[in-house]
Structure formats: structure tokens, C-alpha cells
Design a protein around this ligand. Sequence first.
Ligand code: HEC
Ligand code: HEC
Ligand code: HEC
Ligand code: HEC
Ligand code: HEC
Ligand code: HEC
Ligand code: HEC
Length: 380
Amino acid sequence: MANDRHVSSTLETTLVATAWVVAAVLRGDAPVAVSEVRRADRPVVATDNCRSCHRALVDRYATTAHFRTSGEASMSTILGPSSATVATSVPTTRFQVATRGTTTYQSAVWVEDGKEHSRTERIDLVIGSGRRGQSYLYREDDQIYQLPLSYFRAVDGWANSPGYRDGEVNYARRIPPRCLECHATRFTLVGEPPDFGYAGDPELGIACGVCHGDGSHDSLVNPAELPRARQIDLCALCHSGADRNLKRPPFTFKPGDRLEAHLGPASIAADTVPDVHGNQVALLTASRCLLASDDLTCRTCHDVHEPQRDVLELNDRCAGCHEPSIHAGRTMEPPPGLAAAGATCVDCHMPSQPSRLIRLAVGGQTLAPSYRTHRIGVYR
Ligand code: HEC
Ligand code: HEC
Ligand code: HEC
Ligand code: HEC
Ligand code: HEC
Ligand code: HEC
Ligand code: HEC
């Protein structure tokens, strides 16, 4: 039955997430203006404690994908159209989005035994900065569930959520803690998995404390002062694939901790090249640039306090270690589809590659979306 309530496995829900990003037919997006962020009715978050002194940094940080990756539902955080009817490939099933006052609802309408049925839930939480899209969650008692429709920026509209078949009416996908550990600062768990729930009042968005720790200013961590492996562990908490299981309770990892104590190993075979989607850490740590240098980390290229969408700026980071004139006098073929004259270091050595894990069904066709690999190397 289409609307059976069943408790989905963590794996299933992880696939939902993985499929997501995919969907995102990758559009580089201009950062959102700070004024727009302020308009959002966000609760007071931990960043406010830092703003009095680190004002410019905090205001820039408020425009990043990290800060905006989760929030309470509101007219300004929900990017999907406030009213819509979404037909599906199941002729008797359609979805509707409606906004009453400041609250937005997702309804499914389907026919069963000759009668029309419907189910409506309110959007309570938003996951995803919207650089590519957003998924939506609703709360029921102390549980949090995914909603069947997601917003895709590439089409600027609603479509079935990743992991949902077109026309699948399923309001029973429980959100596992690991999903929220990667997309929020803190949720308080009630009970033990698998029989757990969430208390109210989560801290949404990724706040300063996730990377700097909590407590007095003197006890804060500056990741730049950690050994390289611990710096990479901090990013790997959320950028080493969604298939690693928690060994300890979620939200207990602290900057400086060993990640192995917090998460189990990735489930892919050791001889398999990690996928380009969502696992920048495994790819980068297999690169000569990292293996043959003492100090390359994620922050060699990225400043996580501001949006990281400018490829040319990132490209300039290569010059920190390589002569920009390295190929002067040599002619090399750029990747297919690029003119040699316009090709940058990143185009040839971090090319966009299709994900092997993610397949999207769009307009009757199956697509594999592409991501820039973080395995820096020679590609021909
Ligand atoms: C009362 C003003 C004040 C507040 C509030 C404040 N800071 Fe700072 N912070 C400073 C100053 C001044 C420095 C530079 C001083 C120094 O180099 O030690 C600094 C330095 C830092 C550093 C670098 C430390 C190092 O060892 O290099 C970090 C990280 C940091 N702050 C994070 C935070 C975070 C996160 C918050 C909010 C939880 C915060 N600060 C709140 C004044 C403040
Ligand atoms: C291991 C950490 C991790 C887990 C678990 C995870 N995500 Fe993500 N998610 C990410 C990362 C990292 C990205 C950005 C990936 C990239 O650009 O390669 C992302 C991207 C997204 C996006 C797209 C945001 C945008 O605009 O580009 C959505 C929506 C999303 N995740 C929802 C979810 C949901 C819902 C769950 C749980 C059911 C989940 N994710 C589980 C780390 C995670
Ligand atoms: C995703 C992880 C992450 C988050 C979130 C984060 N930082 Fe940082 N922060 C770093 C890293 C890594 C460094 C080390 C230097 C660098 O890469 O900029 C750093 C360095 C700093 C410094 C030292 C000065 C400097 O530029 O070197 C300050 C101050 C700081 N952060 C403040 C903040 C504040 C305030 C927030 C919240 C608004 C915040 N950070 C959020 C990762 C983070
Ligand atoms: C608590 C989880 C978490 C941690 C820790 C974390 N990230 Fe992320 N990061 C995410 C998620 C989730 C996204 C996707 C956000 C979205 O678009 O909704 C993301 C997005 C990004 C992006 C794309 C941003 C953009 O502007 O497009 C970069 C780059 C990045 N992270 C680098 C880092 C680095 C470097 C570190 C370590 C210093 C780090 N992250 C630590 C969860 C995390
Ligand atoms: C040598 C430079 C370099 C290093 C080191 C590096 N990155 Fe990147 N990163 C890039 C470039 C270039 C892009 C592509 C930006 C774009 O196309 O918009 C990128 C994009 C990303 C994105 C967005 C992916 C997407 O397509 O949505 C994430 C997330 C990210 N990096 C995380 C990390 C993490 C985590 C680390 C450390 C393990 C890291 N990066 C180390 C250069 C680097
Ligand atoms: C922190 C320094 C550092 C940075 C930054 C850096 N590299 Fe490297 N890279 C190295 C080192 C060291 C080697 C190994 C050289 C050797 O083996 O002789 C290397 C090797 C390479 C190789 C050869 C790879 C192979 O598999 O043989 C390529 C290609 C390369 N880098 C491209 C880049 C590009 C493109 C960027 C910017 C996106 C970049 N590197 C950023 C340090 C760096
Ligand atoms: C048009 C594609 C292309 C561009 C653009 C390009 N490279 Fe390369 N690069 C290659 C190829 C192909 C090789 C392998 C060369 C060979 O085997 O002779 C290579 C080799 C390398 C190596 C290995 C050492 C060497 O000299 O063979 C490094 C390091 C490197 N490139 C860095 C860079 C940097 C830094 C940039 C930007 C300034 C850059 N490359 C731009 C295609 C390119």
C-alpha cells in the first residue's frame, strides 16, 4: 500500500541524502545577500556570541552553505514555490503544496479502492542551503520524518524527493541522527537508537562551535593549530561519505578528536576509487599533492568562513606550490568539451566526473550528475 507507515532503515535514508545532491544539476550560485539571511526568522544561534568582536567574519559566514544548511521552516527559508500542484507518472496520484498564513504544507492525493484519499503534513524544518536544492522535514511527537517533495534549484520547482519513486506516497521515512549531525549544530536525542526521538529546540545551521568547540574563548580550538590529520578529521566528520556508521552518540565529536573513535570505516572496498560525490576527503588523501607535501589540507584552498563558489580563486591556490608556468611551451589536450586556451589547472587536474553512485531519472532518461573530483592528478 502506497502510504504504509514503515520505519525505513538508516541505509535507505542515507541513500535519500546521497541521491539528493545529485539531483542538483549543479549550478554555481551567487552567494545570497546578508540582508536575505537576516530576514529569515532564525532563532538566536551560537554565532551571535562571536559577532560583537568578529563582526565582519560572522556576517560573511552567515552567507555560507554551512550556516544555511538547515533552518526552521519560514517564508524566507523555504525556497520552493509556496503553492503548486505536482502531477506524477502515477495517473491517480498528485501532490499539492499550499501556504496558509506563514505555514507551508505538502499534501498527497491518491485514489485507492475507487475513493480519493489525502494526507497533509506541515513543513517544519528545511535541510539544504539551496545552492542546489532543499529537502523538507516534518515533526510528529518526538519523531522527524522526510516529506515526499523536494525543491530543485535547477528546475526552480518541486519534484519527488531523492530516494522516492515518482508518485510514491511515503510520509514514514524517519530522519536518522547522522543526517542531522552533518546538517545542523545540535539535536538532543531522547532514548537510544533505534528507539529514539528528538527533543525540541535544536541548534540549526552549522555554528562556529562545530569547528571551534564550545566554552570560554581561551578553550576554543583554532583548527590551524591542530596536526594535519586532526584538521582533516574535522572536515571528514561530514565530508567522508554518508555510509559510515556512528560508534558514539551523534553530536559528541569535538575538533581535535580522532574521527576513527567516532565513526566506523566507509563501506566501500579498499580497491575502489571513492565516488566524486560527498567524499572529498578520501579523494584528496589519495592525491600526490597531499601525499608528497607536509601541510596540504582542505584549508589550503578553502576558507570556510565565506562561500566557496569561485573556481578561479580556488585555482590560484595551486600556485602556492606549483609554478604557474609549469607547462609553458608544452601543449596538452584539455578534457573533452573545453578549449585548451581557456583551461585552468583545475579543469585538467580536478575535472568534473560523473558520480557512479548516483543515478537520476529525469524526463524518462537516466542521468549521472558530475562533480569536480578532489583526486588531483593527470587525466587524459
Ligand atoms: C570579546 C571579544 C571576542 C569575542 C566575543 C570572541 N572573540 Fe574570538 N578573538 C577575539 C580576539 C581579540 C582575537 C585575537 C586575539 C588573539 O590572537 O588571541 C580572537 C581570536 C579568535 C580565534 C583565533 C585564536 C587563535 O588561537 O589564533 C578564534 C578561533 C576565535 N577567536 C573564535 C571565536 C569564536 C568562535 C567566538 C564565539 C564563540 C569568539 N571568538 C568570540 C575576540 C573575541
Ligand atoms: C556524512 C554527512 C552527511 C549526511 C549523513 C547527510 N548529508 Fe546531506 N550533504 C552533505 C554534504 C557534504 C553535502 C554537500 C555535498 C557536495 O557538495 O558534494 C550535502 C548536501 C545535501 C543537500 C543539498 C544542499 C544543496 O543545496 O546543495 C541536501 C538537500 C541534503 N544534503 C539533505 C540531506 C538529508 C535530508 C540527509 C539525511 C536524510 C542528509 N543530507 C545526510 C553531508 C551529509
Ligand atoms: C567548518 C568549520 C568552521 C566553522 C563552522 C567556523 N570556522 Fe573559524 N576556522 C576554521 C578553520 C579551519 C580555521 C583555521 C584558519 C582558516 O582556515 O581560516 C578557522 C579560523 C578562525 C579564526 C582565526 C582567524 C583566522 O582567520 O585565521 C577565527 C577568528 C574564526 N575562525 C572564527 C570563527 C567564527 C566566529 C565562526 C562562526 C561565525 C567560525 N569561525 C566558524 C573552521 C571553521
Ligand atoms: C558538521 C558537518 C560539516 C563539517 C564539520 C564541515 N562541513 Fe563542509 N559542508 C557540510 C554540508 C552539510 C555542506 C553542504 C551545505 C549545503 O549546501 O546545504 C558543506 C559544504 C561545504 C563546501 C561547499 C561550500 C560552498 O560554498 O559551496 C565546502 C567547500 C566545505 N563544506 C568545506 C569544508 C571544510 C574545509 C571543512 C573542515 C574545515 C568542513 N567543510 C567541515 C557539512 C560540514
Ligand atoms: C587544491 C585545492 C583544493 C583542496 C585542497 C580542497 N578543495 Fe574542495 N574544491 C576545490 C575546487 C577547485 C572546487 C570546485 C569549486 C566549484 O567548482 O565551484 C572545490 C569544491 C568543493 C566542494 C563543493 C563540491 C560541489 O561540487 O558541490 C566541497 C564540499 C569541497 N570542495 C570540500 C573540500 C574538502 C572537505 C576538502 C579537504 C578534504 C577540500 N575541499 C580540499 C579545491 C580544493
Ligand atoms: C601544498 C602544496 C600543493 C598544492 C597547494 C598543490 N599541490 Fe599539486 N603537488 C604537490 C606536491 C608536493 C606534488 C608531488 C610532486 C612530486 O611528486 O614530485 C604534487 C603533484 C601534483 C601533480 C602530479 C600528480 C600525479 O599524480 O603525478 C599534479 C597534476 C598537481 N600536483 C596539480 C595540482 C593542482 C592543479 C593544484 C591546485 C588545484 C595543486 N596541485 C595544488 C603539492 C601541492
Ligand atoms: C590543458 C590541460 C592542462 C592544464 C590547463 C594544466 N595541466 Fe598540468 N598537466 C597536464 C597533463 C596532460 C600533464 C601530464 C604531462 C606529461 O606527462 O607530460 C600535466 C602534468 C602536471 C604536473 C606533473 C608534473 C609535470 O610537470 O609533468 C603538475 C604538477 C601540473 N601538471 C600542474 C599544473 C598546474 C599548477 C596547472 C595550472 C597552472 C596546470 N598543471 C595546468 C594537463 C594540464
